[in-house]
Design a protein around this ligand. Structure first.
Ligand code: PLP
Length: 422
């Protein structure tokens, strides 16, 4: 587990974490759910974490004092009542994973990876630094967990392609921040070489340890519904590690007697970065890399997704579909959702825009229980929202813009303005 190896020496494919399922099966499904419910969001270290509360299913060999946790998980499953009703859905839920320490669902996997690195160092391994290529959220999570454990971190970011908030997170945590003149895929190529040469420990989702933490999001959603399975889960996707992690969580729940069916998976991609959508439409078995174009959904601007083979498997197993959203569609979906009380990052907006399209086509039916996974906190994407409400996103018409009204400090003019509006 602590060995620094990321691909199979024989076939070159990605590795997976294997659990001792026979040992886990000695406990019944109801006994597991009872244990997980007793621990959920309580304060006994480390069980209050949504990840470590399920440690036997995640990373059983890590000891309490090796765990680097910030009580990730346990995020609100928001009943999107008004927004859902506007689409003819009474049972729409948004899993607010961005309400987490570093503001995205990447915390779920990073707690596992950094804990294992801490264990490896304790066991005597020499690790100069942990490193990742990132579109902004992986680097923020790695920087925070690394700083918390006192471990050196290097992040490789595509210069000018992430939000200011995301850029400043690793800077503030004391990581070494490298802004490279390339895109995410270019950063990924370089960090892979650093890992191959043994210079850094690789924290990208090629490393299967991260997926073990990420898979808890599906388990937690089912738990929050009293261990009931929703009909659909919509996930904004880029590198496709999370699509495969979601499936891993559901597969484990089914094998261990917690659930008896899978939800249908919707992989939601930005039209400007849609290699999996293209493969799905073409009926191809494999995803062909493309050059991703700029998108407001910058965290999923990925043309060569590392976990594509694993995600194709997840899609088949979960009777899944892939749908895409244009810049116009995602921008308006974010505004509609925000006006109903959500505060949506552009990736979540891709999932919501895809939901709107699947509802319009009646692929998703009105009585069905639907969960959209909100992957990051909208507060990281202030520029996107400011520009939308200014009407200044290139190529996008802001159909729901709500600019501030600027007035002199004059009570009569204020009263007039309010009366004009309502
Ligand atoms: C990482 C990330 C995704 C996509 O996850 P993948 O596993 O790369 O498909 C979606 N949204 C946000 C905000 C992310 O940070």
């Amino acid at each position: 587990m602590t060995e620094q190896i990321y691909t199979c020496p024989t076939c070159g494919g990605l590795l997976e974490v294997a659990h001792d399922m026979e040992a886990l099966k000695t406990k019944s499904g109801p006994a597991w759910t009872k244990l997980f419910d007793e621990r959920y969001r309580r304060n006994q270290w480390p069980y209050g974490s949504g990840v470590w509360g399920k440690r036997e299913w995640v990373m059983p060999s890590v000891q309490d004092d090796e765990i680097v946790s910030m009580y990730e998980g346990g995020t609100n499953l928001f009943w999107a009542e008004r927004y859902g009703k506007s689409l003819g859905l009474d049972d729409l839920w948004v899993k607010l994973c961005g309400n987490s320490h570093s503001g995205s669902f990447k915390d779920l996997g990073m707690t596992v990876l950094v804990s294992v690195v801490k264990k490896a160092i304790k066991e005597g391994q020499k690790i100069k630094a942990i490193a990742c290529a990132s579109t902004g959220d992986t680097s923020a999570a790695l920087a925070a967990y690394g700083a918390s454990a006192g471990l050196p971190v290097v992040v490789l970011l595509p210069r000018g392609k992430i939000s200011t908030a995301q850029l400043v997170q690793p800077i503030a945590h004391g990581s070494m921040v490298l802004g490279l003149d390339t895109d995410f895929d270019g950063c990924m190529e370089i960090v892979k070489q650093l890992a191959e040469q043994g210079i850094v420990y690789l924290a990208n989702s090629m490393n299967p340890l991260r997926l073990e933490g990420q898979k808890t999001v599906g388990i937690e959603i089912v738990q929050q519904f009293g261990w009931q399975v929703p009909d659909w889960i919509i996930l904004p996707s880029g590198n496709l590690g999370n699509a495969s992690a979601l499936y891993a969580g559901f597969k484990m729940m089914r094998e261990l007697g917690v659930i008896d069916r899978f939800p249908r998976l919707v992989v939601a991609q930005a039209e400007n970065a849609n290699p999996m959508y293209r493969a799905y439409k073409a009926g191809a078995a494999e995803v062909e890399p493309i050059k991703a174009l700029p998108t407001q959904a910058s965290a999923i601007q990925i043309g060569n997704p590392v976990s594509a083979p694993r995600a194709m498997k997840a899609l088949r197993a979960m009777n899944g579909i892939v749908e895409q959203a244009s810049e116009q569609e995602l921008s308006d979906a974010a505004a509609r959702a925000d006006a109903s009380g959500l505060y949506t990052c552009p990736h979540t907006a891709v999932a919501l825009a895809v939901l709107e399209k699947l509802r319009a086509a009646d692929t998703i039916r009105s009585g069905e229980k639907v969960v959209c996974i909100s992957t990051a906190n909208g507060l990281k994407f202030t520029d996107f929202k400011v520009k939308y409400h200014e009407g200044s996103i290139p190529g996008v018409e802001s159909h729901h813009k709500n600019p501030a009204v600027m007035l002199p400090a004059d009570v009569n003019q204020v009263i007039d303005a309010i009366n004009r509006r309502f």
